[in-house]
Design a protein around this ligand. Structure first.
Ligand code: PMT
Length: 407
């Protein structure tokens, strides 16, 4: 895909020279290629070959910079490379690399990058036939396939060691085609209209003050962006946040829970999927004074009355919409998420333990528990909110299938 970024991990095998053809082939398809070589790979091919082909520096180790500043930069480079790239392709994937990936052994740049990388992984194994057929390699491969990685090849034929059988690196065109398939954006939400709410609400106390909460909108905006990228029409109803709207979404800005209620109820009939990530006020001030409240020496109490529960009303009005609520909790996550699922007539509730450090409100990462109308809860481990958003949408589609498939 033009503009896609691919990390090409090169393992130490005779087929390492073919990785140079693969790098060129990917570049001809418009990909930007970052090559990472293992120490063993450099015994077969020089980094200069890849640097010249990709017009990019080649990464050869975790700590191979000379100055202190460069060393510090290189110590976290695997994280930056993991976050910047769309695909990790490893060719040749040696028996040693497969074993290390399968068991999470991270002793060099490529194996460390593998653990930090959260996108699709393509493995093109190449090795001697006996090594390929060894039960240890088979078991490692089974682990990696189960993890969702794509394995291309190996092909069969005369190997460098003189034997004939499976073990040859797959043809470069085949590896390239699989890389392009993995890079192609998924359009599995085409035809859907996804209504997402995001951010906090602000409930006025007087003309200059309000009650609000810590929601930054990041979780809701990530969901809107992911749904739009997957082909959905997206209506994003957002409280006040500092985020730019994702491209292609229809943004409706609101301030208060009452405004969000109106906007949601107007958009609801158009929606096929509703995701309520917003942190909406549960209470608002009963009679907001029209003038600024003056400071005085006496105590001042706010008379709060319950705000309308938007999600509960969606649950009452829903026809064929699939409804996803959130539950921001500081304790009893599973029980509270399940209670909200039932009481608000949702199909899924995303349980968010907001008391845990580094996740929930404001942070770039999240870790959630999906409580479903059908089946067991699904735990999504800590990951950037964009990735969590994609996983929530995957689960929404699975749930849609389960709910519409007769038992
Ligand atoms: O915005 P970020 O900084 O990225 O943080 C993300 C988040 C923590 C806000 C998000 O992951 C999250 O948990 N959102 C739900 C916050 C919340 O209000 O939870 P709740 O348990 O109080 O509400 C349960 C559900 O009812 C939510 O779907 C909420 O949108 C909805 N609700 C609540 C009150 C109300 N008056 N109307 C509602 O619709």
């Amino acid at each position: 895909m033009p503009g896609s970024r691919v990390v090409l991990g090169v393992g130490g095998g005779v087929a390492a020279y073919k990785a140079a053809e693969l790098a060129r082939s990917l570049m001809e398809e418009g990909c930007r290629v970052q090559v990472v070589m293992t120490g063993a790979a450099m015994e077969f091919v020089r980094p200069l070959t890849f640097a010249a082909l990709t017009a990019n520096k080649v990464i050869t180790g975790l700590f191979n910079q000379s100055s202190g500043e460069e060393m510090l930069a290189s110590a976290v480079e695997h994280i930056a490379v993991a976050q910047e790239n769309d695909l990790l392709a490893v060719a040749p994937a040696t028996a040693d690399l497969l074993a290390k990936f399968a068991h999470g052994i991270a002793g060099d740049f490529l194996t460390t990058l593998y653990l930090a990388f959260q996108g699709p992984v393509l493995l093109a194994p190449a090795m001697n036939t006996a090594m390929w057929e060894h039960p240890a390699t088979r078991a490692n491969l089974a682990t990696l396939t189960k993890r969702g990685h794509s394995v291309v090849g190996p092909g069969s034929g005369l190997l460098a060691c003189g034997t004939t059988g499976p073990g040859r690196l797959a043809e470069v065109e085949i590896i390239t085609a699989e890389a392009l398939r993995l890079l192609r954006p998924v359009r599995d939400l085409e035809g859907e209209t996804v209504l997402v709410t995001a951010g906090p609400t602000r409930e006025p106390i007087d003309p200059v003050r309000f009650i609000s909460n810590r929601s930054s909108g990041k979780m809701g905006y990530a969901l809107a962006e992911a749904a739009a990228n997957r082909g959905a029409q997206v209506i994003l109803i957002s409280g006040p946040v500092d985020l730019a709207p994702p491209p292609g979404v229809s943004l409706i800005r609101v301030q208060t829970a009452a405004e969000m209620y109106q906007a949601v109820m107007t958009a609801l009939p158009k929606a096929t999927i509703v995701i309520k990530a917003a942190a909406v006020a549960d209470y608002h001030v009963a009679n907001v004074p029209s003038q600024k409240v003056k400071k005085s020496a006496t105590r001042y109490s706010l008379d709060l009355e319950p705000a309308q529960d938007i999600l509960a009303e969606i649950g009452r009005r829903k026809t064929s919409q699939l409804v996803v609520g959130f539950a921001a909790e500081t304790q009893n996550l599973v029980a509270e998420a399940r209670r909200k699922l039932e009481s608000k007539n949702c199909d899924m509730v995303v349980g968010n333990l907001v008391s845990a450090a580094g996740i929930g409100f404001e942070s770039d990462e999240n870790e959630v528990l999906l409580v479903l109308r059908t089946g067991e809860p699904v735990q999504l481990p800590r990951a950037p909110k964009r990735r969590i958003a994609g996983q929530i949408l995957d689960q929404v589609l699975r749930l849609r299938l389960a709910l519409h498939t007769p038992a």
